[in-house]
Design a binder for this molecule. Structure first.
Ligand SMILES: Nc1ncnc2c1ncn2[C@@H]1O[C@H](COP(=O)(O)OP(=O)(O)OP(=O)(O)O)[C@@H](O)[C@H]1O
Ligand SMILES: [Mg+2]
Length: 262
């Protein structure tokens, strides 16, 4: 059994990459499958919402795994999360070490694109689904995520979807496929914070569908999606009818993205 390794990317900030990874991770665990989240964003947002205790300056994280100067392996960096069945390779936002490693990678030699891949390969029999939260840039951290992944998904807001941005991202994905990871598959886009009921929203969606496959149902803009994450609670456990029905969108989305998850 080899893990489905999925990178969630968009160089545009604030479109919902982290929120999507957070709610999808719960959906994986809820289906009785083992999930790992890897935080490749120096902001460390997904690490903050997935951990019970705040991460401290000396905690080990993905920066140590990627750094040439450290002997830390990915196994040393695994931490439990607020949910059983979901583990995390965190980024420790307070020590800015991932930003430092990102800058080191720019001047590093051969193999710098494969460091996360080599680490993730050690775990591919341990987890069913590995979700990688990417930073809002097309830097060597995102490239490491794309080299480590088998699949990639663009997360975008319909109103903020940019054909130019997608073209740039596609060029990066194609370059990664050519040089490092021929198996990488661009699955399509998850449309987040969608205003489904407006004519503008419907027109935007039709326009997006001309340039990329839209995965599953769009995710609407709902305060509970944000509030539940900030309260470190799943939509299921939030317990309202509305939140539970939103949880089903994430369940269906992860089913679309992986095999055997129902
Ligand atoms: N479907 C949604 N409904 C309502 N609020 C949402 C939804 N998705 C995301 N948000 C909110 O939008 C903001 C941006 O989301 P998020 O941090 O997930 O984006 P991101 O793409 O990871 O950003 P960055 O590029 O900075 O990492 C957050 O405050 C989040 O709570
Ligand atoms: Mg984010």
């Amino acid at each position: 059994m080899t893990a489905d390794v999925i990178a969630f990317c968009n160089q545009k900030g604030g479109v919902g990459k982290t929120t999507t990874v957070f709610h999808l991770a719960f959906a994986v665990a809820q289906a009785g499958r083992r999930a790992l989240v890897i935080d490749m964003d120096p902001q460390g947002n997904v690490s903050t919402v997935l951990t019970k205790q705040p991460l401290e300056r000396d905690d080990v994280g993905v920066a140590d795994v990627l750094s040439e100067a450290s002997n830390v392996t990915i196994v040393d960096a695994l931490v439990p999360t607020i949910w059983p069945g979901v583990e995390l390779v965190p980024t420790v936002p307070v020590n800015e070490s991932l930003a430092y490693v990102r800058d080191q990678l720019v001047v590093a030699g051969a193999g710098r694109e494969r460091r996360l891949r080599d680490a993730v390969d050690l775990l591919s029999n341990v987890y069913d689904v590995i979700l990688i939260d990417c930073p809002p840039s097309l830097d060597l951290l995102t490239i490491n995520a794309l080299v480590a992944a088998r699949k990639t998904v663009v997360v975008s807001q319909s109103a903020l979807f940019s054909a130019n941005g997608l073209a740039r991202l596609r060029r990066t994905i194609d370059a990664v496929k050519r040089s490092y990871n021929p198996e990488l598959e661009l699955m399509g886009a998850i449309i987040n914070m969608h205003e489904i009921s407006t004519i503008g929203g419907r027109e935007q969606l039709a326009e997006i569908a001309t340039s990329i496959n839209i995965l599953g149902d769009t995710i609407p803009k709902r305060v509970v999606i944000k509030d539940s994450m900030e309260a470190q609670t799943s939509l299921q456990d939030w317990g309202t009818t509305k939140s539970r029905s939103l949880a089903t969108i994430y369940r269906d989305t992860i089913s679309t993205l992986t095999e055997g998850v129902s």
